[in-house]
Design a protein around this ligand. Structure first.
Ligand SMILES: [Zn+2]
Length: 281
């Protein structure tokens, strides 16, 4: 039985399991709703409040310290979710926990997850897999690829898709860039208060790139000073401009087309290459 299943499961195992749910439920339009998916698996959902967290800590001495967790090693599996989370984060967390439940090699474990969109590289393998599974449920391939091919690479496209899929801007941006057929990259830049010592005004907090983009940034990599990035950070403006690649640490003499947006204490930068330059990269 197991060997037959192994033969039919492709190398993209996580995608295979997520796609099976999407197909079984006949999902043809976004947003994908979590209630039918929880019913499909027979998983219960329980909110927990700050008060309940404090009570738990008082009784057990342990802090929950997590926005969502799955208790699956019992007869009635249940996802527990912090009620103060935003709607988009709740959806992502629920899909993530469904991944732990559905992926057979995660079976029998209880998972306490931090469910942050931007730290999957720091998680263990199973956490990365659950994130991938959540993304494939949130942005089903057969719907999301059509949207990617019909929209230009821009912040507005990401905002439009975030609404359409009822997902957070960050989760949408990551998938938009990762799967995009065009050369593009998305960076979250944190202001660096030690700029005078290191020479870098911003540090890369997270980055993701499309397959055809030429460069990848490691976490913590410094970014040089640029008026537009600084202006976006100081005045909270949306900016669409061109920035020399050398500002981002590249030695290539090209300009990136950059879409900048302030988000909390960070600047989001969506980078792409003007088409006339792309053949030289
Ligand atoms: Zn997890």
């Amino acid at each position: 039985m197991i060997s037959i299943a192994r033969q039919t499961i492709p190398s993209d195992k996580v995608g295979y399991y997520a796609k099976r749910v999407i197909n079984d439920l006949g999902i043809k339009e976004p947003p994908v709703l979590y209630i039918p998916i929880l019913e499909y698996f027979g998983i219960g959902l329980q909110n927990y409040s700050e008060k309940m967290e404090l009570e738990f800590t008082k009784q057990t001495g342990y802090r929950i310290d997590t926005p969502a967790f799955l208790l699956s090693s019992c007869n009635s599996p249940k996802i527990y979710i912090r009620e103060s989370e935003t709607q988009e984060r709740r959806r992502l967390s629920i899909f993530h926990e469904c991944g732990h439940y559905d992926l057979p090699w995660h079976e029998g474990h209880n998972f306490f997850c931090d469910c942050s969109e931007v730290n999957p590289k720091e998680h263990k393998k199973k956490e990365r897999e659950a994130f991938e599974y959540a993304a494939r449920l949130m942005f089903p391939d057969h719907l999301f690829f059509d949207d990617l091919f019909s929209l230009p690479v821009s912040i507005q496209s990401i905002e439009l898709l975030a609404k359409r899929y009822n997902a957070s801007f960050i989760a949408t941006a990551i998938n938009f860039v990762k799967l995009n057929p065009s050369a593009c990259a998305f960076l979250m830049l944190k202001y660096n208060p030690l700029a005078s010592e290191s020479g870098s005004c911003y540090q890369t907090d997270y980055s993701v790139k499309s397959k055809s983009f030429h460069r990848y940034w490691n976490k913590g990599e410094g970014i040089g000073y640029n008026d537009h990035i600084q202006g976006c950070f100081e005045y909270g403006r949306y900016w669409e401009t061109e920035i020399p690649a050398m500002v981002f640490g590249s030695n290539r003499k090209v300009d990136y087309k950059a879409f900048l947006r302030r988000y909390g204490n960070s600047v989001f930068a969506l980078l792409t290459l003007p088409s006339i330059q792309s053949r030289f990269i």
